[in-house]
Structures are given as structure tokens and as C-alpha cells.
Design a protein around this ligand. Structure first.
Ligand code: ARG
Length: 367
């Protein structure tokens, strides 16, 4: 079975553990590395793994963010709040932990960057808690009999899976999908979030009142839940984390992409744009960006525009260089889909080398 780790390579774990612990002790100027290394080496020899201290875990999660080649928001890596849920042992506590995470991340004026770390993969054992969602908060997509799609086409398959588990959505374009999870070897289950826990923003345009009739909205909290956090040779496949949105993610990609909500034609028509001009898509995209930005700002919801995000990223790069560290990055993900060449990120080359700790994607899908 794919989620039971059969073969453990203790050589590999030990090499990764050594690198990580050296970095942890060095960057934090700590004493006692040699003793800790002896302890960890003995544990790996005995059990094929070792247990991170709470401090090692917190630092490792922050490094995994700092090393995330596809992330433009890395300036804020030191502020990551790490919730240590490695000792949780019941589905009730699991769901409570996730709901606490959402409330903590999105409960005050500004979104906080939070990660929840659940029990690691143990050699030869089943992972106690698995999450099947791509993000904890996401919208359903339904294929109608006539082939038409309602909602987010990205989640057609996942929605069908939820329905097979007995979940029923209202059938609107913005139905919140449930959490789909598995505890030990129990059947896969779903859990619907209490509606008041999930904050959503209705989208209006600052100038065009006709825009409102599109009846768009989006949730505030992007919370990736399918990446594997890897620290010093130990894998945490269940470690959902949240940031805040960069404007283009919602306005340009989720709303604009043809294979997503595909809203450019409808927006163009609402605004009366001349579709025989080659620029109608550009104009519709700008209108969508203005609308999402304005609506989030008006609601006091944290969001960053792509120009500011790129400036913040370049500050991160400068800070890293001052510390003597080279920043790695994936150009095709870092450059924003709008006005790319107006940002400094566009005009540089980035080494896409993977440095551990890291968040590994389950597949190479782009989104
Ligand atoms: N692109 C994803 C979405 O639109 C979110 C990915 C994570 N984004 C973030 N700002 N932390 O939902």
C-alpha cells in the first residue's frame, strides 16, 4: 500500500538528519550538537527514525517554507506559527485541531501564517491521519448531464469522491467542500466545516456596479493540505499550512483560467468590452483584479497584490544574501501571471535546486 512505508533507508535518514541538525545548531548558535547527533544516530539505528524536539520541528517547518522554490511570500518565513499536533490520537482531536488552526489563522484582523504538524510517517506503519483535500477550503465542481460545469472544474473529481462518500452540495458555483480524511485503517470519511468558521468575501468592482451581478465570491484562507513536509529525513505527510492570498491567484488564475471559472467572456460582456480588439482579455483581467483587490480591502481581509509581493520577495532575497545564503526558486511559478516583466523577479535567473527541509508536492500540477 502506497501510504505504508515499507523500505526504510536508514543511511539516507541519518544523512538528512545530520545535515538538518547541523544547520539548526549553527543558524541558532546552539551548543550541544555532538550529543544530539549521537542520540539521533542511536535512535535511527534502533527504530529507523527519531523524534524531533518541538524546537527542531518549528525551525524545520520554517526552513521548509524558506526553501519553497515556488513561493513568492517567503519574506515572512520567520513568522510561521507551528502547531505541534504530533501526539494527537483520535479523529475528534484531529478535527478540533484543524478547526483551531483555521480560527487562529483567520481569527484576528490580519491572517497569520500557521502550520499544523500531525504524526509523522513511521517505518512499516500506516500514517495515523491522512487528508485527501488539495486545500482545506475549496469549492465543489459539478458536471451536468449536458456537459456544462457548475463551480470549480479543478475539483470535479474530488467532488465526485465526496458525493460517493455521501456528501451532498447545494449545487451552487461556490459550495464549500468538506474535509476528507482517514484515521488509521478506518474507512475514509468526510467532515463539513461549521459555516461560521469559513470566511468568504463577496466580489464587487469599485466602479462598475454591473459587476456585482456576476455574484462572485472567494474564501480568505488558502490552506494547502496535500504537501509532504520533509525535515531531516522524517516525513510529515499531514501538515496543512496557510498563508494569505496573492491577488492574481484568485483574480487571474482561479477566475480567469479557461479550465477554471473561465470568467473573462462574462466579465467582458458585463463591461461592454469590444471583443474584436486583441486586448479584451487583458482588460477583463484587470477588471477582475481590481474587483478582487477592492473587495478584500473593503472587508479588511489580508491580500497582497503581485507588485508588492514581488518587492517583498526581492527583500527576502537581499536578506538571504546578507546572511550568505543563495535563494533557490522556480521562475515559472515566481513570476506573476500579470505584468510579469514589470517585476524584478522576471529579470533574474533562479536555481531551481531543492534544498531540504522542503514541502514536496504530491504531483507536478501547476496551480
Ligand atoms: N493557488 C492556490 C489557490 O488559488 C493557493 C496556493 C497557496 N497560496 C498562498 N498564497 N499561500 O487557492
Amino acid at each position: 500500500m502506497e501510504h505504508i512505508q515499507e523500505h526504510i533507508n536508514t543511511e539516507h535518514i541519518w544523512a538528512e538528519a545530520r545535515d538538518f541538525l547541523q544547520q539548526y545548531y549553527q543558524e541558532n548558535q546552539l551548543e550541544g550538537l555532538a550529543a544530539r547527533l549521537r542520540e539521533v544516530e542511536a535512535a535511527i539505528g534502533l527504530k529507523g527514525q527519531y523524534w524531533h524536539t518541538a524546537e527542531e520541528l518549528a525551525f524545520g517547518a520554517k526552513l521548509a517554507w524558506r526553501n519553497s522554490n515556488r513561493c513568492i511570500g517567503r519574506l515572512f518565513w520567520p513568522t510561521l506559527k507551528v502547531l505541534d499536533y504530533r501526539r494527537i490520537n483520535s479523529p475528534q482531536a484531529f478535527i478540533q485541531a484543524l478547526e483551531d488552526h483555521i480560527a487562529l489563522a483567520d481569527g484576528s484582523r490580519k491572517i497569520r501564517n500557521v502550520i499544523s504538524v500531525f504524526p509523522p510517517q513511521a517505518p512499516g506503519k500506516r500514517l495515523p491521519f491522512r487528508i485527501f483535500n488539495y486545500e482545506l477550503i475549496q469549492y465543489a465542481g459539478y458536471q451536468e448531464a449536458d456537459g456544462q460545469i457548475i463551480g470549480d472544474p479543478k475539483h470535479l473529481e474530488f467532488t465526485a469522491r465526496c458525493q460517493a462518500l455521501g456528501w451532498r452540495g447545494a449545487g451552487t458555483p461556490f459550495d464549500l467542500l468538506p474535509l476528507v480524511y482517514q484515521y488509521e485503517d478506518q474507512p475514509v470519511q468526510f467532515h463539513e466545516w461549521p459555516p461560521e468558521l469559513i470566511q468568504e468575501i463577496e466580489i464587487e468592482h469599485p466602479e462598475w456596479s454591473s459587476f456585482q451581478s456576476l455574484q462572485l465570491k472567494w474564501y480568505k484562507l488558502p490552506m494547502i493540505s496535500n504537501m509532504r513536509l520533509s525535515i531531516g529525513g522524517i516525513d510529515y505527510p499531514t501538515a496543512p499550512f496557510n498563508g494569505w492570498y496573492m491577488l492574481n491567484e484568485i483574480a487571474t488564475r482561479n477566475f480567469g483560467d479557461q479550465q477554471r471559472y473561465n470568467l473573462l467572456p462574462a466579465v467582458a460582456d458585463k463591461l461592454g468590452l469590444d471583443r474584436s480588439s486583441p486586448f479584451w482579455k487583458d482588460k477583463a483581467l484587470i477588471a477582475l483584479n481590481e474587483a478582487v483587490y477592492h473587495s478584500f480591502q473593503k472587508a479588511g481581509a489580508t491580500i497582497v497584490d503581485h507588485h508588492t509581493a514581488c518587492e517583498q520577495f526581492m527583500r527576502f532575497v537581499a536578506r538571504e544574501q546578507a546572511e550568505g545564503r543563495e535563494v533557490t526558486g522556480d521562475w515559472s511559478w515566481l513570476v506573476p501571471p500579470n505584468a510579469g516583466s514589470t517585476t524584478e523577479v522576471f529579470h533574474q535567473e533562479w536555481s531551481n535546486e531543492v534544498k531540504c527541509p522542503y514541502f514536496f508536492p504530491p504531483s507536478d500540477s501547476k496551480g
